[in-house]
Each structure stands twice: as structure tokens, then as C-alpha cells.
Design a protein around this ligand. Structure first.
Ligand code: FES
Ligand code: FE2
Length: 417
């Protein structure tokens, strides 16, 4: 929770960041991130097997399946999933894979029905995934319907957001979020409605695209007229959380909204409980592995990054808000009704393809990161912990140099104030 004391500490940390002449005492030099992590198929496979398979991933919003019986397909993580709003009110997720011969059980992107019925031979399942009926059951000898249900995917909600996890052994979503769940209480995720959701193909590794939104070091070069005037990057305070998550808080000049650069709609209703920091600063979270979102008193607008091959990715743009004036759905990230990226994201994505080419060239070996870019390094450390360093070829590993003492609630900077 952002207590008054904590807010004061953050304000002092901003001044600390602005006045320091070098990285804070005790902060390590960051070894280069091997370029192969963006280009080597072996690392891509490790990401698939460990990161995408074991992380909590934002898949859907309750508004997309508002009533019992509603279902939707979701395959952004490369696995065929159907998400169902069950009669009991819970949200379930299953592999969209018929237990008979693997046909997709659901073929429409969205729909509503009492049963999910496979179009190949007509097996039908209820909202809990139980197999309820098969054609010509007399022709199957010793057939036990009870063990032929749809395979479940873990599915949990944070407010109106629906997350999935392919690992049956995963910790709960709340544990995964850790202290962030508390910090997000003021944004009322249980009250946010989905205003816009779009997806864009980019020609670079998904991490290249994501990292453009994970540091403020680029702001003065890339966003000289859009973000730079409303974000004081020298006063940015990064915080590293358990499980690879991170946060940035950078003050904005008086009277400016952190989201002015991406056009907050007029007359939009505020989230009344949002506190001082989010109102006066750019407060943005990176949720491991693929979520980046500024949060404000107006909107909850996550960007999500999904791999689509080693050198291609998809960027999803969401905008959520409690309510909006009739006919004025906010969509922070796009223009022309979701068909094009807004100016800020055009700026952020402009170099992706060229960076990918550079990283694949003979001339590029690794990425040296500054203290300002520490969240990127932290992400990479968490990735290796998840994969298991022993599973990673040595030349593709990162060293674990940022110690626990830098992970929230620890913060050696506070003693240096
Ligand atoms: S594959 Fe679904 S009923 Fe045969
Ligand atoms: Fe940016």
C-alpha cells in the first residue's frame, strides 16, 4: 500500500536519483546480456518450455465472456485454449483439444452455449470440461467418460482480468503478483471495463519490443516531443519485485497528466481511489513475463508482448476504464479505430526490425545495460531462474549479479538518502 510514509520515501528517492553522480552504492556492474537471447533458437525453445509454460499470462477480460455459457478462444501464447464462463459463475480454461482425436472443440472466436460440442464426431462437454455425451457409445468397449474430459488450464482472476497458467503446479496468481496485488488495490481492477483491445505484428523478437517500454533511458531520444515534456526521467525511481516484476515511478511536471501524450479522452470518469503518486507521476509496472502498463486515475492500459517466432512478435494494446461517456470509448494506444498505433507507440516500435537485424549480425555480441535499465536485467535474471541456469547454454546465460538486497521490500538506496 502507498502509505503517506512510503510516498514520502518515494519523493526522497526521486531527489536521490536526480542528484546522484553514479549508480547507488552497492549496485553492481551489469554484465552484457548475450545477443543470442534474442536470436538463438535454443533460447527461444527454453522460453517456450519454461517461461510461457509456467508464468501467469493475461488472456481475457470478463467483458469478453460476460454471461454463463459465454466462451472465447485464446491462442496468444501458442497453445489452443478455450475460456468459458461456467454456470456456477467461475471462469474455466481448457485446452481447446477434443479428447477423442484432437479436433478443436470450439471453432468460433466467441460464442455462447450450454455445451461445447466438437464438430468432428459430436462429443460434447459441459462448462467444467466434463465429457457429457458421445455418439454411438455402444461402439467403445470399456469406455470411461469420467476420465475423458477436456484438459484444464489453470485460470484465476485479478478483478475483471482473467489470467491463465499452463503449469498445474504454479503458485497462485496472487502469490505471483506478490506486493503488487496490494499496490493495485487503488486502481479497482474489479471495476474496470474493457474499452479497447487490439493486436499488432512486429518484426522483432518480443523482448526487443517489450524492452522499449521498460526503461526511461530512451525517452529524450525517442519521444522528444511526446513523452519527454511530461516525464522527468532524471527523477525516475525503479523498483524491482520478486518473480521478475518491476515498477517505474517518474514525476510529471505540474498540471500534466502522465498520459497526456497518448490522449486521455475528455470527460472520462476518474478512478476515485487512485492515490497521489499515480496522479502526479508516470507509474508503470512490468509484470513478468510480458505485461507493461502505466496506471493512472483514468485508465488501466496494459501492453502485452507475445512471441511469434524468434524474430517476430505481436503487441497487444488494451485500454480499460471504469466508465466513459456514451460513444467515447477510450483507446489510449491506437488511432483510426484500432487500425494503427498511436504516435508514442510508433516511436517506441520504430527500430524493432533494425535492432533484430543488428542483433543477428556478426557485429553484435551483447547488450550493456545501465543502472537506469536495471529492470531489463532483473527480468533476465528472473527468466534464468525460471528456466534453471543449468538448462541454459553457458554463452546464453546471464549472471545473477543483482542480489536479493535490491528486491522489494529491500532497497539499499533508502539507507543512502
Ligand atoms: S475429434 Fe472431437 S469428437 Fe472426434
Ligand atoms: Fe517509450
Amino acid at each position: 500500500m502507498m502509505t503517506p510514509e512510503y510516498i514520502q520515501t518515494l519523493r526522497r528517492l526521486m531527489e536521490f536519483e536526480a542528484s546522484r553522480k553514479e549508480p547507488p552504492e552497492g549496485f553492481p556492474a551489469l554484465p552484457d546480456i548475450p545477443a543470442g537471447r534474442y536470436t538463438d533458437p535454443r533460447f527461444y525453445q527454453l522460453e517456450r518450455e519454461y517461461i510461457w509454460r509456467k508464468s501467469w499470462l493475461l488472456a481475457a477480460h470478463i467483458d469478453e465472456i460476460p454471461e454463463p455459457g459465454c466462451y472465447m478462444l485464446w491462442d496468444n501464447a501458442g497453445q489452443p485454449v478455450v475460456i468459458v464462463h461456467a454456470d456456477t459463475g467461475t471462469i474455466n480454461a481448457f485446452y481447446n483439444t477434443c479428447s477423442h482425436r484432437g479436433a478443436p472443440v470450439v471453432t468460433d472466436e466467441r460464442g455462447k452455449s450450454r455445451r461445447l460440442t466438437c464438430k468432428y464426431h459430436g462429443w460434447s462437454y459441459d462448462h467444467e470440461g466434463e465429457l457429457r455425451g458421445i455418439r454411438d457409445p455402444q461402439d467403445f468397449r470399456d469406455f470411461d467418460m469420467s476420465c475423458r474430459g477436456l484438459r484444464k488450464v489453470r485460470c484465476e482472476q485479478f478483478g475483471n482480468l482473467i489470467f491463465v497458467n499452463f503449469d498445474p503446479e504454479a503458485i497462485s496468481l496472487l502469490e505471483w503478483l506478490g506486493p503488487i496485488a496490494d499496490e493495485w488495490a487503488e486502481f479497482q481492477f474489479d471495476n474496470c471495463r474493457l474499452a479497447a483491445r487490439a493486436i499488432f505484428d512486429l518484426d522483432c523478437n518480443w523482448k526487443i519490443a517489450m524492452e522499449a517500454n521498460t526503461e526511461v533511458y530512451h525517452v529524450r531520444s525517442i519521444h522528444p516531443t511526446t513523452i519527454a515534456p511530461i516525464l522527468d526521467d532524471r527523477r525516475n525511481v525503479n523498483t524491482l519485485y520478486p518473480n521478475g516484476h518491476g515498477r517505474m515511478i517518474a514525476p510529471t511536471p505540474q498540471g500534466k497528466s502522465s498520459l497526456d501524450a497518448v490522449a486521455v479522452p475528455d470527460n472520462i470518469v476518474e478512478i476515485a481511489t487512485v492515490g497521489e503518486i499515480a496522479r502526479t507521476c508516470t507509474q508503470s509496472y512490468g509484470l513478468f513475463p510480458n505485461w507493461v502498463s502505466p496506471l493512472s486515475q483514468y485508465v488501466i492500459p496494459p501492453l502485452l508482448f507475445w512471441p511469434n517466432g524468434i524474430n517476430r512478435c505481436r503487441m497487444e494494446t488494451w485500454t480499460m476504464a471504469p466508465q466513459w461517456p456514451e460513444g467515447h470509448k477510450p483507446d489510449l494506444w491506437t488511432v483510426n479505430e484500432g487500425s494503427e498505433l498511436c504516435q508514442v507507440l510508433v516511436e517506441d516500435t520504430q527500430f524493432g526490425e533494425k535492432i533484430q537485424q543488428s542483433m543477428e549480425s556478426y557485429g553484435f555480441e551483447g547488450v550493456p545495460l545501465s543502472y537506469q535499465e536495471a529492470r531489463i536485467y532483473h527480468w533476465n535474471q528472473a527468466a534464468d531462474k525460471m528456466i534453471g541456469p543449468d538448462n541454459i547454454p553457458e554463452e546464453l546465460r546471464v549472471q545473477q549479479v543483482i542480489g536479493e538486497e535490491w528486491i522489494y521490500p529491500n532497497d539499499p538506496r533508502i539507507a543512502q538518502l
